[in-house]
Write a protein that binds this ligand. Sequence first.
Ligand code: GDP
Length: 473
Amino acid sequence: VNELASMMDVPVTNIIATCMGLGLFVSINQRLDAETIAIVADEFNYKAEFVSVELQESIEEEIDKEEDLLDRPPIVTVMGHVDHGKTSLLDYIRHANVIGGEAGGITQHIGAYNVALEDGRKITFLDTPGHEAFTAMRARGAQVTDIAIIIIAADDNVMPQTIEAINHASAAGVPIIFAINKIDKPGADPERIKGALANMNYLVEDWGGKYQCQEISAKNGVNIEDLLEKVLLEAELLELKANPNKRAIGSVVESSLDKGRGYVTTLLVQAGTLKVGDILLAGSYTGHVKAMFNERGNRIEAVGPSEPALILGLNGAPQAGDNFNVLESEKDARGIANKREQLQREQGLRTQKHITLDEIGRRIAIGNFQELNVIVKGDVDGSIEALSDSLIKLSTEEIQVNIIHKAVGQISESDVMLATASNAIIVGFQVRPSIGARKLAEKEAIDIRLYSIIYDAIEELKSAMEGMLSPEI
Ligand code: GDP
């Protein structure tokens, strides 16, 4: 606050007053987030330009030349309704390692594993199935999944969590492959599932659409190889590449404290090569990589792009979805870790980091806001459809309204997580948030608006987009 005041040469009390106008109660030494700085600067007729000094000066990014980029395996997440077979599919692939045929298959659960096909092509699976884990990682800044397999039981239907999974994958822009499971069961009707998907505008290939789809039995291992072929086909289209010859960067998959070994952390390398002895910065923790293991429990010396490894040596447990970097200097790593910790503490006190209705008008006015993502929850299908359609129609040349998820039911934690990951607001029509959702929304500063009249919802959003909304006190 103080720094901003002196940069713009205005009394610090004016900055504090402006923040108060935004509903933020700040002190002189408080650190403001980028959005707030942009808005406050705009109030004083300045335009804020952000140059990342602190972090990027120390984490020197190595620029890849075109010829440095080599093919890397796809990273896949399995999502779907409970009991439709996510775990069975992951377990089958893990144990069989389908054609790779390495003796014993994969023995350890480290949160991710890599399988090789006979011809050497590889696929990495994230071993925490479900869209909740996927979106939670995304909310922390990790976009690790390249392809989502949405699994649907053929003896059941497209269920609410199937739709959620589809919407969570779509909101992340991750391509989807459908796996229609349990085809061995009496009463299995894959065509009915394809019909239900078609009704949602997800037309599968053999119905003339663009979505790849494979009928499988996860339990009996039927057609799993075909499914993996489809994953690799999709991956080819994505032209996934990374430079293996640089210091590693990637994401934390999971981390815990082991009594004998200290902090054990599974990392997924996204580019570069991670080696034993490297100086590591993960979230706000640091350390040397003391030892590395693969999912087969073997000690390894190095891991490349799209490969997971369990590492020992960090001085704490970072969260799933935190990014990691390898640095040249231990001192730099510590310095950044400390700075991040300090930021985290301050962010804990900070009130806003996501879009709110009150802010939309200003953000549009300063021109850094083009898309408004909305999640619509309601009591019945009819009103959800009507409301969603009307909200989309509010789109203007300047701003596009996207309904990234809509469903019947109360506002859940998963909705709030999706809003966090996709910077969305949540509109509830004749429904309320669960206690857990309300708490999470408070923590993440997600704007939840509840309405009982459709007209009110539309009018309020419209005014917000026109910058006419008076701030809620
Ligand atoms: P998840 O909740 O999505 O992880 O589902 P699970 O993998 O735990 O599967 C739920 C139940 O369905 C378990 O009892 C599995 O044995 C069963 N199941 C999974 N796949 C198949 C299949 O292909 N055929 C049959 N008959 N049962 C299956």
